[in-house]
Design a protein around this ligand. Structure first.
Ligand code: GLU
Length: 497
């Protein structure tokens, strides 16, 4: 028997979706991945997307983590409609501020015989598990406390004074449920799950059911690792007489060796990593979509806006197999987004990124202008925003302090001094100062008059102007630098030869 309330297709009534991360460190990329699909469904149905902070595990709490979750979602364009910062009609949105909410639900479950106190000490539970493993006598709590009063139980060994509350899982617990992504799903039989801890805090299983209900959540989108918990949640909902939400269990993100992506093993599991590296939020958002959803861009393109994704959104199109988290694909997407961007806007994003990363200090108007003019030169071959520093720094340094790389000097041929002398000669009175005129003048002098091959001819000029062998287009760079700066650089360079 299927136990979900509505095994048919997803209802299109305005959905309330939520993401419920625990603020236990840097936000995980999985939070953004879930949030994207939450947002898609909420917007598709004209509903709301909620952020709930699951902060009842006080030991693992990390200061600042909640703010990072919020900032990262905001950065990705996935800011919640309701949450601790935004507020909303279903607050508070932090579990630690909702602690009074859970107790009455527990009392009801106890009164109705669906839950019972358990006074077993940690030592007794450990011994029980060991014994079960040794004689392969099943797993799960052995119900020593079930049906006993405190006094009856206190007479037996392995007793503690501070009980937990457990669910009494019935023999005929329904194990199948309807999932929006997977259709009919079967989960293994659950144990007598603890729902209230000895310290009076609810466990995840109780809190998630109560909070989702009290916050009017209609659609629970979460990772497939929660499938095995869903029968417990549905039991609680049925016992408490509250509606069963629709469930959508998303495929897990995986490393290329198929293992689950974790912050310990993969830097890209940290959501902040992408921002630090200079990925564009729109590219990352698009990438997260492609991990579990087909391309929805114009003419089947993989590049699609959030609006296109939302407009196309249908649970039946979500993949069920764990997507490989392929950062090369993200690099490609990021490059594509960069190439498609208005160059002035890209220049501003580059500056913003490099200032945020403290690679550059805040540029004044002149330098900002310089970056704007130079950005089209590097736009074609930029993968990450951060790479722009290495490509553009030569334009921003003082002419007198431009460092010429030793490797570039070592590669210069015997003609270098002659080339630089001739270049200075022809450039001194050159007008107008634009890339085409500069190129024509240098070509006429170095290639036609001196008879040098273009590669040999322009190499020393490039090193003199940029300090390196490889640089953005030379003549355009010289135009942007300006006549005086270019000549100062070449004269200084000549002294090194
Ligand atoms: N706090 C849980 C997590 O961090 C939420 C799971 C859920 O969405 O139900 O994964």
């Amino acid at each position: 028997m299927s136990i979900a309330s509505d095994p048919s297709a997803a209802s299109h009534a305005p959905a309330r979706t939520r993401v419920a991360p625990s603020p236990t460190g840097d936000p995980h990329v999985g939070t953004a991945y879930m949030a994207l699909f939450d947002v898609a469904w909420a917007r598709r149905t004209g509903g709301r997307f909620v952020l709930r902070i699951e902060d009842t595990d006080r030991v693992r709490l990390v200061e600042g983590s909640e703010q990072q979750i919020y900032d990262s979602l905001d950065w990705l364009g996935l800011a919640p409609d309701e949450g601790p910062q935004r507020g909303g009609p279903y607050g508070p949105y932090r579990q630690s501020e909702r602690l009074d909410t859970y107790r009455p639900y527990v009392e009801r479950l106890l009164a109705d015989g669906h839950a019972y106190y358990c006074w077993c000490s940690a030592e007794r539970l450990a011994e029980m598990r060991e014994r079960q493993q040794k004689d392969k006598s099943g797993s799960g709590y052995d119900r020593l406390c079930y049906g006993k009063t405190r006094e009856e139980r206190a007479a037996l060994p392995g007793f503690t004074d501070t009980p937990v509350v457990r669910m009494l899982i019935p023999d005929d617990v329904p194990l199948a449920f309807h999932d929006l992504v997977r259709g009919e799903v079967r989960a293994p039989r659950p144990d007598d799950q603890v729902i209230l801890k000895a310290d009076g805090y609810p466990t995840y299983h109780l809190a998630v059911v109560v909070d989702d209900h009290e916050m009017g959540i209609t659609t629970v989108v979460r990772g497939e690792e929660w499938i095995s918990s869903t029968p417990k949640h549905i039991l609680l909902q049925q016992w408490l007489g509250i509606p069963v939400p629709q469930y959508a269990h998303m495929p897990l993100l995986r490393n290329s060796d198929k293992s689950k992506i974790s912050k310990r093993r993969n830097p890209a599991a940290r959501l902040l990593w992408f921002r630090e590296q200079g990925y564009l939020p729109e590219a990352l958002r698009n990438f997260l979509q492609l991990l579990a959803y087909p391309p929805v861009g114009d003419d089947g393109s993989e590049i699609a806006t959030l609006e296109q994704f939302v407009d196309s959104f249908d649970w039946s199109r979500v993949n069920t197999t764990g997507p490989i988290f392929d950062v090369q694909k993200l690099d490609w997407l990021n490059g594509a987004y960069i190439r498609a961007m208005d160059p002035d806007l890209l220049a501003d994003r580059i500056i913003e990124h490099l200032v945020e990363r403290r690679v550059w200090s805040e540029p004044d108007a002149d330098r900002r202008d310089l970056v704007r003019r130079a950005t089209p030169l590097i736009q074609e071959r930029l993968t990450l925003l951060g790479e722009a520093a290495d490509k553009l720094d030569f334009l921003l340094v003082d002419d007198a302090t431009l460092e010429v790389q030793q490797a570039a000097l070592d590669k210069l041929g015997d003609d270098a001094a002659r080339v630089v002398d001739a270049s200075i000669g022809v450039l001194e009175g050159l007008a107008p100062w634009d890339a085409a005129t500069i190129q024509a003048a240098l070509r006429a002098t170095l290639v036609d008059d001196l008879g040098l091959k273009p590669k040999v001819a322009f190499g020393p000029v490039r090193v003199g102007i940029t300090g390196r062998q490889v640089s953005p287009p030379l003549f355009e760079s010289m135009e942007i630098l300006g006549h005086d700066a270019a000549l100062t650089r070449l004269r200084r360079f000549r002294e090194l030869l």
